[in-house]
Design a protein around this ligand. Structure first.
Ligand code: PLP
Length: 424
């Protein structure tokens, strides 16, 4: 078996791409395209790496579901004992729908509404990660109206450079996220003085697709400095939440493995005397990104003077990352032809935008009617998919060994029109 880099459960067998034991072309024929395919074993292996790194510690892994919030994916993590990091009332409903324990749900985000706060208080979530001083005041009011006490952690902006794409870097001063390092003590004192808040922790999240342990080590140092300062004021922090952000291998990226990273980080935590604290993590991409691929059918080959285009039936509405971040995804023929010469193509979708490309200058041996797989599309693809051009969203299947579960039916045009009204 010949596994793809970073994706041990997606591999070549008999000249065909397989997800676990199932050939990708078979899935495409049975379920249609575009189709997202996820490997359950791959998700569980990614989770196991974190668990190995945290072995023997009090720790909660709260999957940041914005990476991929499909219920079938959430179910895998809920059954494996994960909590969830949510950023909206909608995501709270998803967590509850898969049976998450409210205590293991934490609520992040800079713009929580009063209604979302009330909903989360009612079900008794584990922690609000508060991102501004104004939010502390509002949360105190909302909790007071319900006669409840809200558990809070303050998200600190440690002002470290995660050295990632500007749109996914969140821990620098110019970002909208978190409370500035210098304001943190002030915010904690205020939180501790409010009657309907109970301080339980501190958190940070410095960015996404981080491929080096350096920014994590820097952020940890800064957070621990703050923990010491805050506790010197008599405010006890039960947990320290280091957020998510660990990168995956898209194109020869070499992020540290989760277990190696955490072994290194825990060494620092111990050395600084904070090894007894409960640790929270909010990984998203690193749990699901390499577990998924998107299968698409080749519609047309369009040779040109300057470029050849391979036009496929998946587009930027299904796979927004190239258009949004100029992201690179591997693209493979699901069953490369021995009878066609590999040709260099720009792989594009049918959407009427020049930004609608999936990969540039890719060598593929394909003909119309063949299937291609866009790799490492388990994170920030389906969860960001749109209906632009009135395209229905793709179906999703979860492969578990030799079995395939449909976890999302293909959307129908009727679904799209349902909430719209003609003017009368
Ligand atoms: C997006 C996000 C995460 C997850 O980030 P990944 O890079 O997908 O691991 C975790 N915490 C917060 C607050 C986030 O906004």
């Amino acid at each position: 078996m010949n596994a793809l880099p970073g994706q041990p459960h997606i591999h070549w067998r008999d000249g065909e791409l397989h997800v676990e034991q199932v050939p990708v072309t078979q899935l495409a024929r049975e379920h249609g395209t575009p189709l997202f395919v996820y490997s359950k074993a791959s998700m569980l292996a990614a989770l196991a790496a974190y668990r190995r790194g945290l072995e023997g510690r009090r720790a909660r892994i709260c999957y940041a579901m914005k990476a991929n919030s499909s219920l079938g994916v959430l179910q895998v993590f809920a059954q494996a004992g994960c909590g969830f990091d949510i950023v909206s009332g909608g995501e709270l409903a998803r967590a509850l729908a898969v049976g998450a324990k409210p205590h293991d749900i934490i609520f992040s985000g800079v713009g929580k509404t009063r209604a979302e706060m009330a909903q989360a208080l009612q079900v008794g979530i584990g922690c609000f990660n508060v991102e501004s001083e104004a939010e502390l005041e509002v949360l105190d009011q909302v909790a007071g109206q319900q006669g409840r006490v809200a558990p809070v952690s303050i998200r600190v902006n440690p002002n470290v450079d995660a050295k990632t794409h500007p749109y996914i870097s969140t821990g620098l001063k110019g970002n909208k996220f978190g409370i500035a390092h210098e304001r943190t003590l002030h915010a904690y004192k205020r939180a501790a003085s409010l009657k309907h808040l109970r301080v339980v922790g501190i958190d940070c999240h410095i960015g996404s697709q981080i491929t080096d342990s350096g920014p994590y080590l820097d952020a940890m140092d800064r957070i621990l400095d703050l923990v010491a300062t805050i506790e010197a004021e008599g405010i006890r922090l039960q947990h320290i939440d280091f957020g998510g952000g660990l990168g995956i291998d898209y194109r020869g990226d070499r992020p540290p493995a989760a277990d190696a990273l955490w072994t290194e980080l825990l060494r620092k935590l111990d050395a600084r005397g904070f090894g007894d604290r409960e640790i929270l993590l909010e990984p998203g991409r690193s749990l699901v990104g390499n577990a998924g691929l998107c299968v698409s059918e080749v519609l047309y080959l369009k040779p040109g003077e300057q470029k050849n285009f391979c036009i496929v039936d998946a587009a930027m509405n299904d796979l927004p990352r190239p258009a949004m971040y100029e992201a690179w995804h591997g693209i493979e023929a699901a069953k490369p032809r021995s009878d066609a010469q590999p040709t260099t193509y720009d792989v594009v979708g049918p959407v009427c935008e020049s930004g609608d490309w999936l990969g540039r200058e890719r060598s593929l041996a394909v003909q119309p009617g063949d299937f291609i797989a866009v790799l490492s599309t388990g994170a920030y693809c389906m969860s960001m998919a749109s209906n632009y051009n009135t395209r229905t969203r793709a179906a999703e299947v979860l492969v578990d060994g030799g079995r395939t579960h449909v976890i999302r039916e293909r959307e129908r045009v009727e679904d799209l029109l349902r909430n719209e009204r003609l003017v009368d």
